[in-house]
Design a protein around this ligand. Structure first.
Ligand code: ADP
Length: 191
């Protein structure tokens, strides 16, 4: 099973990705988690790359395609991803779609499904502000939250049409409890 989970910031991709990955025994690979891991390096030992990533994340923008594609290619080469994976938060740009297509073509592999979680922007901003209080994620400031919503609508939402045309897209309402949403995803994928 090779899958993507897409959706605006705050739609619950990370939470649902873990559930799906467990169900299909595949790794859930989150570019946001990978980037947070790199950015978290001890400031005294932080590389210029780590500092750059941290700065971009805190502004709510996207890391460059070159860096992102390189990091994903490295992760997909790990042994646990050979028989399947669920990508959470990748691809987010047309350049990343092309890189992923090229990577899969080279391996003679194909995507099986793309789950898109849909959600209302106002509700998302409220959720993220609440998460900021609880988790204290450094990029959950109100400005960054708004910028991330805009960046998503401008750069990533249009990618859904590509996967819809390929017949891979499953749109699932992301509003409701975690269990309600995971049930909807399971129902959609069972088809
Ligand atoms: P969210 O879905 O709330 O934006 P993520 O954890 O998925 O949270 O991503 C956090 C940040 O990491 C993004 O705002 C962006 O700066 C960076 N990032 C994650 N994935 C990508 C990607 N595929 N391309 C570029 N930047 C990314």
């Amino acid at each position: 099973m090779r899958m993507l989970i897409m959706g605006p910031p705050g739609a619950g991709k990370g939470t649902q990705a873990k559930g799906i990955a467990e169900r299909y025994s595949i790794p859930a690979i989150s570019t946001g988690d990978i980037f947070r891991g790199i950015a978290k390096a001890d400031p005294e030992k932080a590389s210029p790359l780590a500092l750059e990533i941290k700065q971009i994340m805190n502004s709510g923008g996207y890391i460059s395609d070159d860096i992102t594609n390189g990091i994903v290619a490295e992760r997909l080469a790990e042994p646990d991803a050979t028989n399947g994976f669920l990508l959470d938060g990748y691809p987010r740009t047309t350049g990343q779609v092309e890189a992923l297509d090229a990577h899969l073509a080279e391996k003679g592999q194909q995507l099986d499904a793309v789950v898109s979680l849909t959600a209302d922007t106002d509700e998302l901003v409220q959720r993220l502000l609440k998460r900021a209080e609880i988790e204290g994620r450094e990029d959950d400031t109100e400005d960054a939250i708004r910028t991330r919503q805009e960046t998503y609508r401008e750069q990533t939402e249009p990618l859904l049409a590509i996967y819809r045309e390929r017949g891979l897209l499953f749109e699932v309402d992301g509003m409701g409890t975690v269990d309600e949403v995971s049930q909807r995803i399971a129902d959609a994928l069972a088809k």
